[in-house]
Design a binder for this molecule. Structure first.
Ligand code: PLP
Ligand code: ZN
Length: 405
């Protein structure tokens, strides 16, 4: 059971609930599981197989009890000849990996017996937090920007949380939210809060475990490719892999390649310029992108994610909307997988990395499909085929070309 919080950068430890180190970087739980409780379970049906590494035990009821254990699809050869896999996080109860962190967050706050849970999000994290809190005694508050589309409100609202529309600069809300916690007995489980990253590290643990234990796969993947926004998931994935290595359960850590949308790519820019820390994109530098789930101009865990890419000898890339649309279409048509545009960035990145030779033809590479495409029915997100119109008396004509071929 993990208790203390630690800073990845300066190593400072903090005994109790807290989100940030004095140095300003995000904290995460330091884990010291009992050696004898550790093993790799590659076919586990939930993330709670890794409970010894988590700050909470598996809850007894609700969807949080069954989060994780998503399939790793073997896609086969990509254009460059390497072998691709997709970790299908879109199959979660609310359609994204956010359920991993929400499950831990909601369980931890509910275990304390009092208080409320809250999050600053207008997308997958909002929906996920609300769904995991449903049916618990916790009040759940979701803070969204005032210009949120109505469909999004309906998607979040179906789970019964209090939705708070905030007037004013939404980008500041993350920092402001942390100031509210102690005075109001509320826990914010934001994109990179320690509870959320504790849950999200299980993505990396499941991938590594599956390679280590599934017959017919190499014992480890060579690389993992993730879309990145706040940097919470990517840094958590790195941490999960480090913990397995430190426990002697895996030998090496795959290279982590992190991908952003070119219109909003502060982490990729810092990587390209070999800067030690990530600087925010200013409002006039940010462009429009179909990958709205990963458009974060000022990522709170950006520097930690940058560190993860560097330490694992991966990289941070930015891809444009045309590449994203094309990749999304290919994932659907070649493999039958519907992903959110934000995750299609991973296939676009593999194309780039194959062209430059950074990924070799003999390598095994995992794309993390962080969210389902089924929620994303916006015009122009790519991939749909125009229907053929016929009258009922002419339906046979549809097969004319088929018969001739
Ligand atoms: C939140 C989200 C991301 C980015 O995760 P971060 O932890 O914020 O970097 C990527 N893809 C999808 C589908 C998401 O919902
Ligand atoms: Zn620190």
């Amino acid at each position: 059971m993990a208790e203390a919080l630690v800073c990845y950068r300066c190593g400072n430890q903090y005994p109790a609930v807290r989100q940030r180190c004095d140095c300003g970087e995000p904290l995460w739980y330091s884990t010291s599981p009992i050696e004898s409780s550790l093993s790799l379970d590659g076919v586990s049906r939930s993330m709670w197989a890794y409970a010894p590494w988590l700050p909470v035990d598996r809850p007894v009821r609700g969807i949080a009890a069954d989060v994780g254990g998503t399939p790793l699809h073997r896609l086969g050869a990509a254009s460059g000849g390497l072998t691709m896999y997709l970790k299908n996080e879109g199959l979660h109860p609310t359609g994204s990996f956010k359920d991993r962190g929400s499950a831990v967050g909601v369980t931890a706050v509910a275990d304390r017996g009092t208080g409320a849970i809250a999050t600053v999000s207008h997308g997958n994290m909002a929906m996920s937090t609300a769904a995991c809190a449903a049916g618990t005694p916790l009040d759940c508050y979701v803070f969204v920007p005032s210009d949120i589309p109505t469909e999004r409100i309906e998607q979040i609202g179906q789970f019964g949380a209090t939705i708070v529309r905030v007037e004013g600069p939404y980008g500041e809300l993350y920092e402001r939210s942390l100031e509210l916690e102690s005075d109001h007995n509320v826990t914010f489980v934001n994109s990179d809060s320690p509870l959320r990253t504790a849950g999200q590290k299980t993505t990396g643990m499941e991938i590594a475990s599956e390679f280590a234990t599934r017959p017919g796969l190499p014992s480890a993947s060579d690389a993992i490719v993730l879309p990145v926004s706040s940097g919470g998931h990517a840094s958590a994935t790195w941490k999960g892999l480090c913990e397995l290595r430190d426990a002697g359960l895996i030998e090496r850590i795959p290279r982590l390649y992190l991908v952003q949308a070119a219109a909003c790519a502060p982490i990729a820019r810092a990587y390209d310029r070999s800067e030690p820390t990530v600087t925010a994109f200013s409002p006039d530098e940010v462009g429009e992108t179909i990958a709205y789930s990963i458009a974060n101009a000022d990522p709170p865990s950006g520097t930690r994610a940058l560190t993860a890419a560097r330490k694992t000898e991966g990289a941070v890339l930015a891809v444009n909307d045309e590449e994203i649309r094309d990749a999304k279409t290919r994932l659907a048509r070649e493999f039958g997988i519907s992903v959110e545009s934000s995750c299609a960035t991973t296939l676009a990145a593999v194309d780039r990395l194959t062209e430059t030779g950074e990924l070799g033809t003999d390598e095994h590479v995992v794309l993390v499909g962080t969210g389902s495409g089924f929620k994303e029915l916006t015009a122009g997100s790519g991939g749909s085929t125009a229907p053929t119109d016929v009258s009922i008396d002419d339906i046979a004509s549809v097969f004319d070309d088929h018969e001739r071929s």
